[in-house]
Structures are given as C-alpha cells and as structure tokens.
Design a protein around this ligand. Structure first.
Ligand SMILES: [Mn+2]
Length: 377
C-alpha cells in the first residue's frame, strides 16, 4: 500500500494512524509525504497499476481528477476533511466527513477521520486516539478555545481512560497527554511535528515525526528538532535583514517579497511562517496587504524530479487590517488572492480571509501583484 500524506501535524498524525492500522492488518506501507498533491506528482504515482493508494489530509477536492488520472488502474482511498467533491468512480473511495454532514473545518480533522476509519476496521486501533488528538489540536480546530464535534469526543474518551488531561481555563481548554514520560502538552507536540514536517520536509523530518507519534521522542528526534529550529531562525533572520535594507517592494495597496530558494532545504510552508513572524513588525506598513513568493523545489522526496513551473505565494495582513477584514471594510484574502491568481493562470488552494496561499506560473509574480492592485482599485 502506498500512503500519500500531508506534511503538517494533522497530516503526519494521519499517516501514523494509518500506518499502524494497515500494518496490523498485514500490509506493508510505503509512505510519501507531499506538501501539496501537485497534478504532475499525481500523474506519476497513479501511472503504475494494480496498487492500493491511500491519500490522507488532502485530495478530497480533487477526487474527480484522481479518478480521471487513475483510469481504474489502482484502488484509491481518500481520507480527508477539506471541502470535497464526490466521484462515482468505483475504484476511488472518498471518505471525507464533509460529504457526510460534518464540518471539516471545525468538527473533525484528517487525523480523527483516519482514527474513525482505523477503529471501524479493528477495535485494537483504539489506542491510536492518542496520536489523532495531536492532529486535532495541531489544526487548531477550536470553538471558544475548545475542541468540538468528533475531535472533542476523541479527547473525552482519552480523558476517561486517563490518557489525556483536560484543564479548563477562562480562554478555553489545555490538553496534555499522560505518557510514561509524564504530562506532555499536546500543542507543543503539534508544533514539533509542524517543524519536523515543514522545516524538515526535504531532510527526513516527516518520517521522524511519524516515528515520534508511534514510538515517542528519541535522542535523534530531539537533535533533529534543534537543528531544524536553528536553520529556520537563521534563514528568517537573514531574510529580515534583507527586507530592512530595502528588500520589500511596494505598490499602492501591497508590500511584497520574493525569497526564491533562500529557505531551502526547508519546505514551501516556510514563506507563510515567515510572513506570520513579520506581519506586525514596525518595519512594515500595517495598512498594506503582505505577500511573499517562494520557489517550489523541483525534487519531491520519494517520488523524483518534476518540471514544476509554478511558484508559491502566501499572503497575510497586520492585526489592524485583520480587524477591517473581519468588519467587512476591507477585502478578504479569500476573495483577493484566488481572483487574481485565476487571472494569471495560477492554482488557488488554501485561501481563508486572513491567511491565503496559491501557486502561480514562474514569471507571473509581478503580474499577480498588478492584478491584485486592479481588483483593489
Ligand atoms: Mn488537516
């Protein structure tokens, strides 16, 4: 079985849950971690026939494309929680809670979706709840600071078995796993997995993260985390210096940077993480939309080299602008960026009102900025 999974904490915990469940059922699991299910990558993994492929924490929306590329060659199972598009292809099974009346942006993460799948398969897989809860907290699916829906049921069951401590406070709940090593705050575990999967994407970080989920931390995982944090801090500090010495480009409503491949070997999530760090700094204009471009490496670990002709763009806003967007006085990123991206022939993916990311053809960066200016004007 080949398991393709996302590289954030929800994707890594989903992969850990599915790996254990499939191995218990006698399958050998071959994992591939992807930052995004790029069509060129899908084409290659769906080319051979007679295999079983499982997608976790992405691909729900592109199930029809997967069916088209697969042409019945392989048995495909998609376990995702993002907005989904159903397919009637008999070889592509889409188990996305969005198609079953649940809210995949609030009630249930991919990790909990995978847990429900695993538990339905075998009662012994119940122990994987302690892994799934890390993804639920990692995706920050909180309402008034608490997990809700299926994620909450998982938390309450773990608490009833003495495996999770839930501490209520004024701003919601704090969750800590009760392990042989003592109490471990779940949000800290989730951030560690995000670092392993994001900053460590091309450096074996995802596999290390899955190992931490299934076997606990090791001296190797601790030193890898420290190394990745240092790389990230260094790269971000360099970029900030560059930005302070005139690296930020300005247009009437926007301020933007291009980091090219300066964040390598870290993954393309890093541009969003960097913008999050700088969006409220006094070096920036709090009234301009903030955009950052990052080159997408052409090598996908475990799959091979690709002619990826796109560049990633992430957007953020200052807290002051966020208030305006929430109040409806300013255009949200969920409208601005996808609209401009479509105009330059790009691909809109994860767009929310205050954080957004898409990909656009290499060379279309300045045109994308122009299109956004046109929309805002
Ligand atoms: Mn997720």
């Amino acid at each position: 079985m080949q398991l393709l999974h996302h590289n954030d904490s929800d994707g890594l915990t989903s992969a850990a849950v599915l790996t254990r469940a499939f191995e218990r059922a006698g399958f050998a699991v071959d994992r591939v971690c992807l930052e995004k299910p790029y069509p060129a990558v899908l084409r290659r993994v769906l080319e051979p026939s007679g295999r079983m492929l499982v997608f976790a924490d992405f691909a729900g929306r592109i199930a029809p494309l997967i069916a088209e590329l697969n042409r019945g060659r392989n048995l495909v199972l998609i376990l995702d929680h993002h907005k989904a598009t159903a397919t009637d292809d008999p070889r592509v099974h889409l188990l996305d809670p969005e198609l079953f009346g649940l809210r995949g942006d609030r009630d249930i993460t991919a990790s909990t979706t995978c847990l429900l799948f695993a538990r339905t398969w075998g009662a012994a897989n119940e122990d994987l709840a302690a892994v799934a809860i890390i993804g639920a907290v990692g995706d920050r699916f909180f309402v008034d600071g608490r997990l809700v829906g299926a994620n909450r049921e998982t938390a309450l069951e773990l608490a009833a078995r003495g495996l999770l401590e839930i501490v209520s406070g004024g701003d919601g709940e704090r969750y800590a796993l009760v392990t042989p090593r003592g109490r471990v705050p779940v949000d800290e575990l989730a951030r560690e997995l995000d670092t392993l999967g994001g900053a460590g994407y091309t450096a074996g970080g995802p596999e290390m993260g899955i190992r931490v989920c299934l076997e606990g931390p090791s001296p190797e995982s601790v030193s890898m985390l420290a190394r990745l944090r240092a790389i990230q801090e260094h790269a971000f500090a360099d970029e900030l210096r560059r930005l302070r010495s005139g690296g930020m480009k300005l247009t009437p409503h926007l301020q933007w940077i291009h980091v090219h491949d300066r964040f390598a070997p870290m993954g393309v999530k890093m541009i969003g993480a960097f913008l999050d760090e700088i969006k409220n700094l006094s070096d920036l204009d709090p009234r301009r939309y903030l955009a950052g471009f990052q080159a997408i490496p052409s090598a996908v670990p475990g799959v091979g080299d690709f002619e990826l002709s796109e560049v990633k763009v992430s957007m953020r806003v200052s807290d002051a602008m966020a208030e305006g967007i929430r109040a409806g006085r300013l255009l949200g990123l969920d409208v601005l960026l996808p609209e401009a991206t479509a105009r330059v022939g790009g691909f809109a993916d994860a767009c929310h009102s205050l954080t957004a990311a898409t990909t656009v053809p290499i060379g279309a960066e300045a045109r994308l900025i122009d299109e956004m200016e046109r929309i805002l004007a």
